[in-house]
Design a protein around this ligand. Structure first.
Ligand SMILES: C[S@@+](CC[C@H](N)C(=O)[O-])C[C@H]1O[C@@H](n2cnc3c(N)ncnc32)[C@H](O)[C@@H]1O
Length: 290
């Protein structure tokens, strides 16, 4: 079978299974198997696949048809230009989280340029690091800052550690339920969090790629999805310098509720920024005056 025939037949199969953008998905899988940039497939449409290649592609397409995410099949995804390995123990990093990363490293770099004689290095905390995508991006984009990343999941931390090591990012990882394992008195210039924010009852009706393959621990934000915003609103100020910032990713329609929770705990919500789809996605808050 040729490259073009494989693409056409597999895309038809995936479309029947309800997979979004089926042709793009097949092309990505095929490019991965043939170790080619995806667009180079277009220069190789008439190439015959070997029987070994065909067998691997068929296996991958079957898995994708069963709604396993492309990123699990190929083992990684791109985040802010870095290749982040993923497995079923971690949330697959999402494009909208890149906005949080960019906002966060801009803030750290802004702080670092304002310092003439830094007495201690800037420090940032990634709360709920998962694959380590945010922590790794911050470490690589802000060499001036010490980066600490925590997660309650030992298995996720193993993935995050491996990503940091492969990408030569210096990150201190900590297994912790919320802030519990952080020494009290440890103060950061920045806390970033993309916390679990899906209301528990809504998880079952998400796309199979999400509800069956992303870890529940990474999704479940409690009955109304806001449990982690409550916890952060209550506890994060105790780990932030007075000049620091809390930057949060928000779920759909959560901006007003998250802002109210923060207001009630003396935070000043400075900005709520929209993602590429126009949804309110990133919240920036500063601790209020004591
Ligand atoms: C939505 S995922 C975000 C992962 C990653 N930061 C990203 O943006 O792709 C939330 C993460 O929070 C972690 N988590 C859940 N409950 C936690 C808790 N009580 N304390 C610390 N981390 C927790 C999960 O294990 C998961 O890795």
């Amino acid at each position: 079978m040729t490259v073009l025939e494989t693409i056409q037949r597999s895309a038809e199969f995936l479309a029947k299974k309800g997979v979004d953008s089926p042709r793009l998905q097949v092309e990505s899988l095929l490019a991965h198997v043939l170790r080619l940039p995806r667009l180079n497939l277009y220069l190789n449409f008439e190439r015959e696949l070997t029987s070994a290649e065909l067998e691997i592609v068929r296996g991958f397409v079957k898995r994708r048809g069963a709604r396993e995410p492309l990123q699990h099949i190929v083992g990684s995804t791109s985040f802010c230009g870095f290749e982040i390995a993923v497995d079923p123990n971690v949330l697959i990093p999402r494009p909208e989280t890149e906005l949080l990363a960019e906002r966060a490293w801009s803030f750290l770099n802004f702080l670092s340029t304002g310092r003439n004689q830094p007495t201690e290095p800037l420090a940032a905390l990634d709360f709920g690091t998962g694959s380590g995508c945010l922590a790794v991006a911050l470490a690589l984009k802000c060499a001036c800052a010490r980066i600490v990343a925590l997660d309650i999941s030992f298995a996720a931390l193993a993935v995050a550690r491996a990503n940091a090591k492969r990408l030569h990012a210096t990150v201190e990882f900590l297994e912790s339920d919320g802030f519990d394992a952080l020494p009290s008195g440890e103060l950061f210039d920045l806390i970033v969090a993309n916390p679990p924010y899906i209301p528990s009852a809504e998880i079952a009706v998400l796309d199979p790629e999400v509800c069956k393959f992303d870890p529940r621990l990474a999704l479940d934000g409690g009955a109304d999805g806001l449990d982690f915003y409550r916890r952060l609103a209550r506890e994060a100020a105790g780990f932030l310098k007075p000049t620091g910032r809390l930057m949060l990713e928000l779920g759909d329609e959560q901006a007003a509720s998250a802002s109210d929770l923060l207001d009630a705990h003396n935070w000043v919500v400075e900005a709520v920024e929209r993602d590429y789809a126009g949804r309110e996605r990133i919240l920036v808050a500063a601790p209020g005056a004591a």
